[in-house]
Ligand binder design. Structure first.
Ligand code: NDP
Length: 449
């Protein structure tokens, strides 16, 4: 890693000391601090305890037991988390992840990143994140429902439309949000739509929310291409994952004329040179909840499934990592660059390792960090909250237009801020500094709390 600015080094040391073993959180904190040297040089009022030390310590961290009964009548115990990181700009806002790898360090890294991402959207939302080490894979609907009910039986006392507003993330989609919202409504006896986002359309959800993160990432790349006088037409794109973010990224790339030639899940990747048949992929992943390997079987000779290796072996013009953290390393980045890739945009949170970002940047590949590129999901969640507050619902077209405008504005502000800090074209510096400054100013205005 590069050497941190001296003023920020002590703060990073303190993060390491206070949060032992939480490597993903260390990585996320380092990545932000690494961009802030020129900012604290220009604005000493942000340094040290006044803003930076406070920012690295969550306002509240909740860890709880989640007991539930499986279909065989056995008692299962999971661990639940909610890290309420920063509410200077609005109620804590951020998703819930159900995956066996979830522990405090992952929830904290996601919550920390969420502060700056939410700030970048320009909307009144703070940052938080939650989850559990529960693995929904292979569980029946009834088991998922009982788990969600047990999880909400503790979580409900910590959330609310003016306090903390969770949403989905890995392993938490429309089905889970439904069970969580149902249990919240039952316990509180309130139809408080604004307490969760990602709801179904007939019970308080917003058009475009399921599509928003994937669409938003592609809108962001479209802005990058436009700023260079190009567009998606005929461009080859590789997407990792085949979950919510990946599927809707694929959909928007196809609508804009690009060709998605590969995608993946944790079991391997598929290559379909003529372009992925999205209707088939959606049926397999969204309806049948099967593995991506099934796609190759059902496409006959048109596609192949590769069990070993990495999806980044497939040559492309644009790569969109949309699965999980640290899924694209330095070697993958070198391979992408060697094969002619020109843009990498993070649909997932922190999918590129620090070595990957360095390699891409040195090779002249444009790199768009998740904080900026995948902010469309949370921005549309904020639009869902607006609709809930006004008891209104907007059309698909209107909502998508708002999303496209928000992504354009994030893109442009990243570039303007990068320019102002002598890092032209550097989306990492632009996103980190722009996101940080808005939160820092609000924290100063609200006093030492
Ligand atoms: P989903 O659960 O819908 O999909 C996740 C996908 O990633 C699946 O295809 C999954 O494959 C794959 N995946 C998960 N873990 C691993 C792993 N360890 N190795 C390889 N592949 C893996 O989640 P989302 O699409 O909602 O989220 C994807 C990413 O986007 C996450 O980083 C999330 O934090 C981020 N994000 C999501 C937003 C949203 O609105 N949903 C908003 C902003 C960011 P498998 O089924 O085999 O596990």
């Amino acid at each position: 890693m590069a050497v941190l600015d001296e003023k920020l080094h002590d703060i990073y040391d303190e993060v390491l000391k206070r949060n032992p073993g939480e490597t993903e959180f260390h990585q996320a904190a380092y990545e932000i601090l690494d961009s802030l040297g020129p900012v604290v040089a220009k604005h000493p009022e942000y340094a040290d305890g006044a803003v930076l030390r406070r920012l690295c310590e969550p306002e509240r961290q909740i860890i709880f037991r989640v007991p539930w009964v499986d279909d065989a009548g056995r008692v299962q115990i999971n661990r639940g988390f909610r890290v309420e990181f920063n509410s200077a700009l609005g109620p804590f806002k951020g998703g819930i992840r159900f995956h066996p790898s979830v522990y405090l360090g992952i929830v904290k890294f996601l919550g920390f990143e969420q502060i700056f991402k939410n700030s970048l959207t320009g909307m009144p939302i703070g940052g938080g994140k939650g989850g559990s080490d529960f693995d929904p894979k292979g569980r029946s609907d009834a088991e998922v429902m009982r788990f969600c009910q047990a999880f909400m039986t503790e979580l409900y006392r910590h959330i609310g439309e003016y306090t903390d507003v969770p949403a989905g993330d890995i392993g938490v989609g429309g089905r889970e949000i439904g069970y969580l919202f149902g249990q919240y409504k039952r316990i509180t006896n309130r139809y408080e739509s604004g307490v969760l986002t990602g709801k179904g359309l007939t019970w308080g959800g917003s058009q475009v929310r399921p599509e928003a993160t994937g669409y938003g990432t592609v809108f962001f790349v479209n802005e990058i291409l436009h700023s260079r006088g190009e567009n998606f037409d005929g461009k080859k794109v590789v997407v990792s994952g085949s979950g919510n973010v990946a599927i809707y990224a694929i959909e928007k790339v196809q609508q804009l004329g690009g060709i998605v030639v590969a995608c993946s899940d944790s079991g391997g990747y598929i290559v379909d040179d003529k372009g992925i048949d999205l209707a088939l992929l959606k049926d397999i992943k969204e309806t049948r909840r099967e593995r991506v390997s099934q796609y190759a079987t059902e496409r006959g000779g048109a596609a192949r499934f590769v069990e070993s290796g990495t999806v980044w072996e497939v040559p492309c013009d644009i790569a969109l990592p949309c699965a999980t953290q640290n899924e694209l390393n330095g070697n993958d980045a070198a391979l992408l660059a060697k094969n002619g890739c020109r843009v990498v945009a993070e649909g997932a949170n922190m999918p590129c390792t620090p070595a990957a970002v360095k390699t891409l940047t040195e090779a002249g590949v444009v790199f768009a960090p998740g904080k900026a590129a995948n902010a469309g999901g949370v921005a549309t969640s904020a639009l869902e909250m607006q609709q809930n507050a006004s008891r209104d619902s907007w059309t698909f077209e209107h909502t998508e237009e708002r999303l496209a405008d928000i992504m354009r504005s994030i893109h442009d502000r990243c570039l303007t801020t990068a320019d102002a800090y002598d890092s032209p074209g550097n989306y990492v510096a632009g996103a980190n500094i722009e996101g940080f400054t808005r939160v820092a100013d609000a924290m100063l205005a609200l006093g030492i709390i």
